[in-house]
Design a protein around this ligand. Structure first.
Ligand SMILES: Nc1ncnc2c1ncn2[C@@H]1O[C@H](COP(=O)(O)OP(=O)(O)OP(=O)(O)O)[C@@H](O)[C@H]1O
Length: 247
């Protein structure tokens, strides 16, 4: 594990009873990066994010977060991690502020004013005392992000943070992430099946296909000779599609 790595993933495999899952995934995410995990539906993005955060156990392989093994030093590994995976649920009958107050009870030493601070970071300060039932989907996504930020993590893991949002919601979540990466030095790992979104926000991406990591790198490096991301993706998956056709 290098000094600048926020996370290293080495040969992670997980097979569900139905034979699907992820296979031999290795990658490294540097501090300060916005790393995008891209892949079509069912390619294994959520499975990999769940393994990263201990929500699911790998059959094989190792993950280190800021130098701590998630299997052997779980608390240390997770101490600086915030995540939103699969559900961005909040109590609808409570205000955004009250929801965050509830979330903050898991942490002992939060500075006073942290809730106001995270509401401001995600652009919800003016709406903090309104009930969540009146929030748009984009506001709910930002509230979930605020909850993930409450302990001042250094690494934020987000599963499809712009899923289901309209264009304004997508732009506002994107801007919050870019702002936090630039001004707070936070590292992000974000999954998405929207290539165009990944291109706008990520410094590096990894492409999952059929549970395998079939490509990774800086977007500029991946796109040679004026290729679009879409063209790169289609050429990257081609050998794997052909392989599958011969199984
Ligand atoms: N609990 C489970 N039990 C059995 N199979 C599962 C389970 N969770 C996921 N899978 C299967 O593992 C594969 C990867 O699923 P995963 O949810 O990780 O993909 P994904 O890339 O996040 O997909 P999506 O974009 O649709 O959320 C899929 O084929 C899925 O059907």
């Amino acid at each position: 594990m290098t000094e600048q790595a926020a996370m290293t993933i080495a040969h992670i495999s997980k097979t569900y009873k139905n034979g699907r899952g992820v296979r031999d995934v290795s990658l490294s995410v540097n501090k300060g990066e916005i790393f995008g995990l891209f892949g079509p539906n069912g390619s294994g993005k959520t499975t990999l994010l769940k393994i990263m955060t201990g929500l699911c156990t790998a059959d094989e392989g190792a993950i280190h977060i800021f130098g701590h093994s998630i299997s052997e030093q779980f608390e240390g590994a997770m101490a600086k991690v915030g995540c939103v995976i699969e559900t961005a649920d909040a109590y609808e009958y409570m205000s955004g502020y009250a929801n965050l107050k509830l979330a903050s009870r898991f942490y002992n030493d939060l500075p006073s004013g942290r809730i106001e601070e995270v509401l401001e970071l995600v652009g919800l300060k003016a709406y903090g005392h309104e009930k969540v039932s009146g929030y748009s989907l984009g506001m709910k996504q930002r509230l979930a992000l605020a909850a993930a930020l409450i302990s001042n993590p250094k690494l934020i893991i987000l599963d499809e943070p712009t899923n289901g949002l309209d264009i304004e919601g997508i732009i506002s979540v994107r801007n919050v992430i870019l702002h936090l990466a630039e001004h707070q030095g936070m590292t992000f790992i974000i999954s998405s099946h929207m290539m165009s979104e990944m291109e706008l926000i990520c410094t590096r991406i990894g492409i999952l296909f059929g549970g395998q990591l079939i490509g990774q790198g800086e977007i500029g490096e991946l796109l040679e000779g004026g290729q679009t991301m879409e063209q790169y993706y289609l050429s990257a998956i081609q050998p794997f599609k052909e392989g599958a056709a011969h199984v």
